[in-house]
Design a protein. Structure first.
Length: 165
């Protein structure tokens, strides 16, 4: 957490125009089974509009929640100075074009295990489902947010929906 706190402190030293911060939260926040065992369908379908209060109120023991909560609280306190967007993607797949990490984790793992077994597989009843998004689509969303920030943040909400109350 010290790194994110240092980043937030730096965002406050920006000058007359607001700073913009885009944070990629972890998939586990919205894809963990919760009360449902592996292989049993969790009927919850997450919507960044209809379920915004649920997303912003995840339990503190949710894996990525401490950083997300810190960002939410920061946005409430400093929303005029620092505009914050938190992106909650499903599982990300596809080959990236970056210099360091070019592969996602789960989809290649599933494919590798299926190859070893000689077929696809499922756990338990096999009722569970997962959502996935291609890395290029996540990059396109980031590009839209960056472009909006460069234009003064007029299109994206930039923390307007953030509320811990």
């Amino acid at each position: 957490m010290p790194a994110i706190q240092a980043l937030l402190k730096g965002c406050l030293r920006h000058g007359p125009a607001p700073s913009y911060l885009i944070h990629l939260s972890g998939t586990a926040n919205i894809s963990d089974p919760g009360d449902y065992p592996c292989g049993v369908l969790n009927p919850k379908i997450w919507s960044d509009v209809a379920n915004i209060v649920d997303i912003q109120s995840l339990p503190d023991n949710t894996i990525h929640r401490p950083v997300d909560k810190l960002l939410q609280e920061f946005a409430e306190q400093h929303g005029d100075e620092v505009k914050v967007a938190i992106v909650y993607p499903p599982d990300i797949y596809g080959e990236g074009t970056g210099a360091v990490k070019k592969s996602s984790y789960l989809v290649p793992l599933f494919a590798e295990e299926s190859k070893k077994l000689g077929s696809a597989f499922f756990i338990g009843k096999g009722e569970n489902v997962r959502s996935i998004v291609h890395i290029r689509d996540v990059a396109a969303l980031y590009l839209l947010l960056v472009e909006d920030a460069l234009e003064g943040g007029k299109k994206a909400g930039w923390g307007k929906d953030v509320s811990l109350k």
